[in-house]
Write a protein that binds this ligand. Structure first.
Ligand code: GLN
Length: 483
């Protein structure tokens, strides 16, 4: 059962081939066997999952199961889950039991899904390798010496290893797409505002967005149907109709205009990744697409702009961890200042501290105009690049990351790590949707094809990805897992 997609499992449940309890129990057992060597879960909620499965089976008996009824999922440990530890990968929140569910968690519960637990992640979603977690790094299921990507590395690894058919991630600068690429699964970052951020622990609020990570575009579409929509508790969620994302998956791609940004095929792109991506583009040509070279001239400014804006917002968001209200508190503080200083010194890891320092600096008097305001102006130009491109092409394609998964410990220099995000970060700055789709294997390391579309174009992106998955089998390749 661990090899199946959500759609296949949904059919199996509907046909009565197995119950949700049987499915859930078999995945929990697999997690127990396989995860000690992967470390993709921080918390497994086995008992609760089995109870939820029984409820789902009862509903099905009564003929009340929806499209997602009885299907198991996992949540990146950044989504608040009532009564369950929600750590954000940080010592700061190691003792934090969320008192409520995030809106997406609530919606997926109502849709009848089962939560198997919470997946590992870079601390407060800061990172591209999952090495910044308080709970230790996650191993890539394709090769245990490699990183799974980050920051949603636990979700990506768990899906790739067949521990759970789908998981949720969040993407502030690539954290769904890059780990999806490194682990050979499909991951969608929706348009900013498409999904409620309520109950999602904030990193950089103008960039953060939740999204599905699964084997196929079809599975992502099924999840989007339950996840998307306006939420009165998140003022940045957009009041706009939610389409049925599964409806147009099979629409033919005849005449599709595909733009290839020249900046996404330049220096720094590993030749073997480029070869795989160009092969994928050829598949689209054979499906009737027209390929057009385009330019996104401000691409090289995306990393510098992001690494001013994201730390600035993070420094503000993370000021709430003060040892007073929730989370870690240092022992025996002598006064308030000592409480703040030691709590934060003990609770945060190095990368988080680095971002808080950078963010506090760029927001401080005298530097705000030079850094933060400037970065916002650059952000506008980057967004305009995409709007211009989408005035003459339907989608853009390129690599999700400049390399395949790299060795654990090989990117000790933070700037080297930040350069990983070159193809993903601009998308968050512009607020547009992007999906990464398995598109090759190089030395048994997956390559991800990134497809980008205009604001609220995720239904079309899913269609473009799905038709490719009907013509190729990269998404069906599985890592060999030692059990
Ligand atoms: N790697 C980027 C960062 O460290 C993006 C992370 C993310 O999308 N959450 O900020």
């Amino acid at each position: 059962m661990h090899d199946k997609t959500l759609a296949e499992l949904a059919r199996g449940l509907a046909a009565g081939d197995f119950s949700s309890r049987e499915l859930t129990a078999s995945l929990l057992e697999r997690i127990q066997r396989v995860d000690p060597s992967l470390n993709s879960f921080i918390t497994v909620t086995g008992e609760q999952a089995l109870e939820e499965a029984d409820t789902a089976d009862d509903l099905r008996q009564k003929g009340q199961a929806g499209a997602l009824g009885g299907l198991p999922l996992a949540y990146k440990d950044i989504f608040c889950t009532e009564g369950v530890r929600t750590s954000a990968g940080s010592k700061m929140l190691d003792n934090f039991i969320a008192p409520y569910n995030a809106t997406v968690v609530e919606k997926l519960r109502h849709a009848g899904t089962i939560s198997l637990g919470k997946t590992n992640m870079d601390e407060f979603a800061m990172g591209s390798s999952n090495e910044n977690s308080y709970y230790g790094p996650v191993k890539n299921p394709w090769n245990s010496t490699l990183v799974p990507g980050g920051s949603s590395g636990g979700s990506a690894a768990a899906v790739a290893a067949g521990l759970v058919p789908a998981a949720l991630g969040t993407d502030t600068g690539g954290s769904i797409r890059q780990p999806a690429a490194f682990c050979g699964i499909t991951g969608l970052k929706p348009t900013y505002g498409r999904i409620s951020r309520y109950g999602m622990i904030a990193y950089a609020s103008s960039l953060d967005q939740a999204g599905p990570m699964a084997r196929t575009a079809e599975d992502c579409a099924m999840l989007m149907n339950a996840m998307a929509g306006h939420d009165s508790r998140d003022s940045t969620s957009v009041a706009r109709n939610v389409p049925d994302y599964t409806q147009d998956l099979d629409k033919p791609l005849n005449g599709l205009k595909v733009g290839l940004p020249v900046e996404y095929f330049g220096d720094g792109l590993a030749p073997e990744v480029e070869t795989a991506i160009r092969e994928a583009v050829k598949v689209y040509e054979s499906l009737g697409a027209r390929i057009i070279d385009v330019s996104l001239p401000h691409t090289r400014l995306a990393i510098p702009a992001y690494y001013v804006i994201a730390p600035a917002e993070a420094s503000s968001n993370l000021s709430r961890y003060d040892g007073v209200r929730f989370g870690h508190r240092c022992d025996n503080p002598i006064d308030l200042e000592d409480l703040y200083k030691r709590t934060r010194a003990e609770g945060f890891g190095d990368e988080v501290k680095r971002r808080i320092l950078i963010g506090t600096h760029t927001l401080s008097e005298g530097f705000f105009d030079a850094y933060y305001r400037k970065a916002q102006q650059v952000r506008r130009l980057i967004r305009q690049d995409f709007l211009d491109a989408f005035s003459h092409v339907d989608v853009l394609m390129g690599p999700a990351a400049p390399t395949t998964a790299f060795e654990l410990g090989s990117r000790a220099d933070p700037v080297q790590m930040y350069l990983q995000d070159i193809y993903t970060i601009a998308i968050n700055l512009a607020g547009i949707p992007g999906i990464s789709v398995p598109a090759g294997l190089v030395d048994n390391r997956p390559v991800g094809l990134q497809i980008l579309g205009p604001h609220f174009g995720e239904a079309h992106l899913l269609n473009v990805a799905h038709v490719y998955q009907q013509a190729t089998d990269w998404h069906q390749r599985r890592p060999e897992i030692k059990e």
